[in-house]
Design a protein around this ligand. Structure first.
Ligand code: FES
Length: 74
């Protein structure tokens, strides 16, 4: 789900930081199914030299929405 959102939002550029970004995003979604922008900014402290932060945020919101829909709490 998270990886599909990453693909749909075309998040990676060079890809160097992406495994860590995905791990941090998965940890965030495990404890917060509806993160705000501030929640995402606080949780994703990984550095990305390519500046993919806006797309990371969009992908997390998309994955969170799909997660909630899957759980029946949309
Ligand atoms: S995608 Fe290049 S460092 Fe993040």
């Amino acid at each position: 789900m998270l990886q599909k959102a990453w693909q749909a939002q075309q998040v990676p550029q060079c890809g160097y930081c992406q495994s860590g970004m995905l791990m941090a995003a998965a940890a965030l979604l495990a404890r917060n199914a509806k993160p705000s922008d501030a929640d995402i900014d606080a949780a994703i402290t990984n550095l990305c030299r390519c500046g993919t932060y806006p797309r990371v945020r969009a992908a997390i919101h998309a994955a969170a929405a799909e997660l909630r829909a899957t759980r029946g709490r949309a």
